[in-house]
Design a protein around this ligand. Structure first.
Ligand code: ADP
Length: 624
């Protein structure tokens, strides 16, 4: 598969999975919001139930206006319950329908509510108080002031009596406090705070009644004697003058006593209302329990659904990462041949043509590798062709130079014979002309010899005949042969070699190198002040021959080129003093054929020192 396709797949998978994840996150967040609102509404049902209960109690306490509140609370529950069943909008936000898993518990909640609602409806309609009880309460409260003042009147009536009436006075004081207490308790009952008030009323009534009878000197009935620790007392009769208040109190008390007995045995709240309130209390806890478990179950369901979503998102992320890693590895594998290609190209740069890249995949890199391999083959073919042409050219040049040299030999030979006057005497003019012929043919011969040597070196055909030689002898012979030229150039040529240096080399070829170096030095030096010195150094591995002059030197930018074929620093000097630009390249070829090196140290106008080394060990080119 192509790298671009792999990359597109990678991007596609990452974008796809990210989009799904994003979608799930957004949808989950929105759904959660709606579900949380729904659960919150479901929790509100509990609050409504509690409110209804509170409102019912408030109505029972006589707050008639709360009947409207109760009605709206019932409607609230109905509306909230209904919207939870269908879903929709409630209090300005979205609400989801109860999930099917919670259908059953939702219905139970509905049933529980219907029972509760039934009782609440009754409370809404039924009147709270028993009208007869209310009348009795009103009567008692209305007459309580009279009761208290008559009880006080008894105390006043008795105050003037002696200590035989102390017990009477105590009873009268007790009656005053009982009358007040009866008033308070009746008031409590009238505002719905029944509690223990009814019991207290009964106690107060019984004791008050017994007290009155004691003061009137009447017997107590069995009911009075059996309760509240009341005892029969035989008290001295109160004088008629002091019993006015008792006589007035008697009928009033009879009327109040009857009313008190009535409210003791009849609840202030109407029977129907009381029954509805009690049923409401009973169904309330069942409804609250159902609502709580409904909310809890919904919360649990939400949690488990959230967990499922989280697991899906996690699984998708893992897939995302796995695909990413796989595609990255595959792209890396596709690109790995680039390293190999770089190495192969570097080898071609070094001259190793025909190198191939091993990569068979059909992607872009595969195509590149194929093109590269084809290019490498083409370069190799062209290189081989160029080499063949080069060899053919060199062979042709070698053949031509050899053929050119052949006719020069008799020209030189006959010039020598004629100049030696072996074929008859010559006049000066003839000798001068023959001299020109001889030196021109010598120059031509030298040039052709150089060309021939250069070609042989190029073709690897230069033969080196190595033998054990003494460098001192070779240098001596060369200097002797060069002396005529140094004398005519007026340049001193000095041989510094005094020691024997025995090394393996081709005597003729090293003489050729030396001759060339000395010739170059003579050309570089000026007449009279010029000096050329030849010396030898030795170290354990090689002998180093140096030719030093005090001539014009070589510019630094030319140093790298002087050992190349046909290179000349100053062509005008060449026209004046001769030369082909081949000498140093031949020297280099000969020295390297001996396994040595050649180099120059020079400074413009200060002179140059050309040195070459001959290794003492047997040369690897000795057989050439
Ligand atoms: P040529 O036959 O022209 O002398 P060479 O290959 O022997 O050719 O030398 C190349 C060039 O190097 C010469 O043309 C000359 O300019 C320069 N050269 C060689 N030897 C010396 C030297 N001793 N001093 C200055 N220049 C030199």
């Amino acid at each position: 598969m192509r790298i671009t396709q792999k990359t597109f797949i990678l991007l596609g998978v990452i974008i796809g999975v990210s989009a799904i994840n994003l979608y799930l996150l957004v949808v989950t967040a929105q759904e959660n919001q709606a579900v949380l609102h729904s659960i919150s509404d479901a929790s509100d049902l509990k609050v409504i139930v509690e409110s209804i209960s509170g409102t019912a109690n408030s109505i029972a306490s006589g707050n008639e206006k709360d009947r409207e509140t109760l009605s709206s609370e019932i409607s609230d529950f109905d509306a909230t319950y209904a919207i939870l069943g269908t879903g929709g909008t409630s209090k300005g936000h979205n609400v989801v329908a109860v999930p099917t898993e919670l259908g059953m518990i939702y219905e139970n909640l509905g049933n529980s509510w219907q029972q509760y609602k039934q009782e609440a409806e009754k409370i809404k309609k039924e009147s709270v108080f028993n009208p007869q009880v209310v009348d009795s309460l009103k009567y008692i409260l209305g007459k309580n002031g009279d009761l208290i003042s008559l009880a006080n009147g008894i105390t006043n009536d008795l105050s003037s009596l002696d200590r035989n009436y102390n017990r009477h006075k105590e009873i009268a004081a007790e009656m005053v406090s009982l009358a007040k207490d009866l008033g308070e308790k009746t008031l409590l009952v009238s505002i719905g705070e029944q509690g223990n008030a009814t019991e207290a009323i009964k106690r107060d009534r019984t004791i008050f009644d017994a007290d009155l009878k004691k003061l009137e000197g009447l017997p107590l009935d069995s009911q009075e004697l059996g309760s509240y620790n009341i005892k029969q007392e035989s008290l001295q009769q109160i004088p008629r003058a002091n019993s006015d208040s008792i006589r007035q109190l008697d009928p009033l008390w009879e009327a109040i006593k009857a009313k008190l007995s009535f409210i003791e045995s009849n609840p202030v709240i109407s029977k129907e209302f009381g029954a509805a309130l009690a049923s409401l209390g009973n169904t309330r806890s069942a409804l609250l329990d159902t609502t709580s478990s409904f909310v809890n179950e919904w919360n649990k369901l939400l949690d488990s659904r959230l967990n499922d979503r989280v697991e899906i998102v996690q699984a998708l992320l893992i897939v995302d990462i796995a695909v990413f890693v796989l595609v990255m590895l595959s792209i890396r594998k596709s690109l790995s041949p680039l390293v190999m290609m770089t190495k192969t190209i570097a080898r071609i740069k070094e001259g190793f043509y025909g190198e191939k890249i091993e990569y068979s995949s059909k992607d872009e890199i595969g195509e590149l590798a194929q093109t590269f391999n084809a290019m490498s083959s083409t370069i190799q073919k062209k290189e081989q062709e160029a080499k063949k042409i080069e060899i053919a050219k060199d062979e042709f040049l070698a053949m031509i130079t050899h053929e050119l040299k052949t006719p020069l030999v008799p020209i030189q030979g006959y010039s020598d014979i004629l100049l030696g006057e072996h074929l008859g005497p010559l006049n000066k003019n003839q000798k001068d002309r023959l001299e020109v012929i001889r030196s021109s043919s010598a120059t031509l011969l030298q040039l052709i010899s150089d060309l021939l040597d250069a070609q042989k070196l190029e073709l690897g055909q230069l033969r080196i005949k190595q033998s054990r030689n003494n460098l001192r002898d070779t240098i001596q012979k060369t200097i002797v042969s060069m002396e005529p030229q140094s004398v005519s150039d007026q340049i001193s040529l000095v041989n510094n070699v005094t020691q024997d240096v025995h090394v393996n080399y081709d005597d003729e070829r090293i003489k050729q190198v030396l001759t060339n170096l000395i010739k170059n030095s003579l050309k570089a030096c000026s007449a009279k002040i010029g000096k050329v010195e030849v010396s030898v150094e030795e170290n354990p591995t090689e002998a180093i021959v140096s030719v030093r002059d005090n001539g014009m030197g070589i510019p630094s930018d030319a140093i790298d080129n002087i050992f190349k074929k046909f290179y000349q620093v100053d062509t005008s000097l060449t026209r004046e003093k001769g030369g082909s630009g081949l000498g140093l390249s031949i020297c280099k070829g000969i020295v390297e054929a001996h396994g040595g090196r050649i180099w120059v140290e020079t400074k413009p106008n200060k002179g140059s020192t050309f040195s070459f080394s001959i290794p003492k060990t047997a040369s690897p080119h000795s057989s050439i």
